[in-house]
Design a protein around this ligand. Structure first.
Ligand SMILES: [Zn+2]
Ligand SMILES: [Zn+2]
Ligand SMILES: [Zn+2]
Ligand SMILES: [Zn+2]
Ligand SMILES: [Zn+2]
Ligand SMILES: [Zn+2]
Ligand SMILES: [Zn+2]
Length: 270
């Protein structure tokens, strides 16, 4: 039957749990580390998480920091030197992602160039605890960020939740950014129409004149608001129709009088 891995469920698992009482669990090597199995470099003995307590009698089940077996569930195995460390002794909260392929501070190499580097001089991913030289990140980090940092394998866009690896240049992983390139563009497009509303108002003019402030206000007084016409005086005035002929004058000039007939009759014989 296929050798099915206890953690990932795929075939080809070859590392069995060596519990004294017998255990049927099988693991791939990285899956064993991620699961929190105890692994001994000296005896190549593996104990699954359920049987990890049996490691207390093994001589290399000792934390390199506190020198004790302590909490065996909290031991993590360095794939470089094979030493064990308590997560608590390194101030690391262990997760499967951190346990898988874990390297102790002495063995930590850059995941990009595989060259060693002092732990303090490397970016250490908060999610997987893997190291990267600042100059080996893409784009190169300018110094070491003070806050938390995630490598390209652990970084996810806070908007779309998409993994940037494999998406090419359309979704670049950029240091310090919380959103991918696509989402940054989408945000910029969405913000564009509302940008003028949020634009800062122009600053009020500041007094730069050295002259003393005049006592009289130089600004013209604000005109009072225009009042609506009250009553409407125009309505009392008669409306004049320009087409209407003016009324006839009351006293027309008299017609010239006929000459008195007496004048026409001149006395004869004079
Ligand atoms: Zn597996
Ligand atoms: Zn077991
Ligand atoms: Zn310890
Ligand atoms: Zn190591
Ligand atoms: Zn590097
Ligand atoms: Zn990471
Ligand atoms: Zn995104």
């Amino acid at each position: 039957c296929p050798q099915k891995c206890e953690r990932c469920g795929r075939a080809g698992a070859t590392i069995p749990c060596r519990a004294a009482a017998g255990c049927s669990r099988l693991y791939h090597f990285p899956c064993a580390a991620a699961s929190g199995c105890f692994q001994s470099m000296k005896t190549l003995r593996l104990l699954c998480p359920e049987h990890v307590a049996e490691a207390v009698d093994m001589e290399d089940a000792r934390c390199s920091v506190c020198k004790g077996p302590g909490d065996l569930q909290d031991l993590v195995f360095c794939t470089g030197c094979g030493q064990h460390f308590h997560g608590a002794c390194l101030d690391i909260s262990l997760t499967p992602r951190k346990r898988s392929g874990w390297q102790c501070p002495e063995c930590k190499v850059c995941q990009t160039c595989r060259q060693p580097g002092r732990d303090a001089a490397m970016l250490v991913c908060e999610a997987c605890d893997k190291g990267y030289h600042p100059f080996c990140t893409e784009p190169a980090a300018q110094g070491l960020p003070t806050g938390s940092w995630r490598c390209k394998n652990c970084w996810v866009c806070s908007d779309c939740g998409q993994h940037p690896v494999g998406l090419g240049s359309s979704c670049p992983w950029s240091l310090g950014s919380t959103v991918c390139g696509d989402c940054r563009q989408r945000r910029a497009t969405a913000d564009a129409p509302t940008a003028p509303e949020h634009a800062a108002q122009p600053d009020p003019p500041t007094q730069t004149s050295e002259s003393p402030v005049p006592s009289e206000p130089t600004d013209p007084p604000v005109p009072p608001p225009e009042l609506e016409p009250v009553g409407g005086d125009e309505e009392t005035q008669p409306l004049l129709d320009p087409n209407e002929t003016p009324p006839d004058p009351k006293e027309a000039p008299l017609e010239p009088k006929e000459a008195p007939p007496s004048l026409a009759e001149s006395p004869p014989g004079e």
